[in-house]
Ligand binder design. Sequence first.
Ligand SMILES: Nc1ncnc2c1ncn2[C@@H]1O[C@H](COP(=O)(O)OP(=O)(O)OP(=O)(O)O)[C@@H](O)[C@H]1O
Length: 346
Amino acid sequence: MSGLSVRLRDVARRVAVDLSMQAGRTTALLGPNGAGKSTVLTAVAGTHRPDEVDVRLGGRDLSGLAAHRRRVALLAQDPLLLPHLDALDNVAFAPRAQGRGRREARRLAAGWLETVGATGLEDRRPAQLSGGQAQRVAIARALAAEPEALLLDEPLAALDVDAAPEIRHVLRQVLAGRTVVLVTHDVVDAALLADQAVVLEQGRVVESGPVTDLLSAPRTPFAARLAGTNLLQGRAVDGGLQATDGTVMRGIGGEQLAPGTAAVATFRPDTVAVHAAPPGGSPRTVLPGEVVAVEPSGSAVRLRVRSTMGVLVADLTPAAVAELDLRTGARVHLAVKAAAVRISQA
Ligand SMILES: Nc1ncnc2c1ncn2[C@@H]1O[C@H](COP(=O)(O)OP(=O)(O)OP(=O)(O)O)[C@@H](O)[C@H]1O
């Protein structure tokens, strides 16, 4: 099975890319505003025709095909459900369009609604659904089209903070094993949903590779900023998160999660204190590590520190860096207060 390849040149938009994405994997498409992410996505979907375009999916040449014949489904930030149809018929619309009978299409639709945890919402019209419920129905509709590739355009961006983790969890389950392109500005989405990452800047690919490499050793300023949020994966435990190495990071926000639930801890680099010797004091996590990079970050200095929990970033004032004599190879202790660490469901 070959994957998805996109070669395009759009003169007016100044976008020129040549990308190969693996079959059965999720590739995050990252980059600043105007970098060309939507241009790539819509060129694959067939709703935008760049000056030159060559799109291949699973060995098929999609370049000249109309959008509805490409067997790709687009899931946008806005669920874009048909307002006059209930949830079941919104989902059944895709199999109906593929020629299935009404009864069969509705049976399939009910199955997809169950897959996304939307059983019970069949009779509701879009106006009667919350943002998260509507996005579940939109995911079911995208899957019901039995696409060969799924294109996700910031699927969680319009959701509130409570709904986003739930929908991310649904996506994690349904995206596994599928060929997916995910446009996102969110490092948590990239880390939890994608295997590979491609960074676009000014219409060009500037970085690509496994997401874990991008986050732990970014090679471009954009990726470095993106990776600037500390993110750890693990399991919820009482009062925090247990990382894969067994260390517990204390944090808040995970009180509702059952122990053992897959979770992430996120915290900003300016909340990480760096010490030469282990500090004591208030509830916090202390991690020993080694400085692997010292780089400017605005008016601060950013340290990358390899700990047993992975590479973490800390922003310090230049004065603190000088005082602690921090340089590559220095052994340090990182301290993070529980109140600065946000635990959420993965
Ligand atoms: N409909 C359009 N007509 C003309 N130029 C456009 C159009 N849409 C986007 N562009 C331009 O093409 C370039 C790439 O935009 P694109 O929307 O692909 O970027 P993006 O990475 O998706 O940005 P964002 O994160 O803001 O959605 C930008 O310079 C943008 O201004």
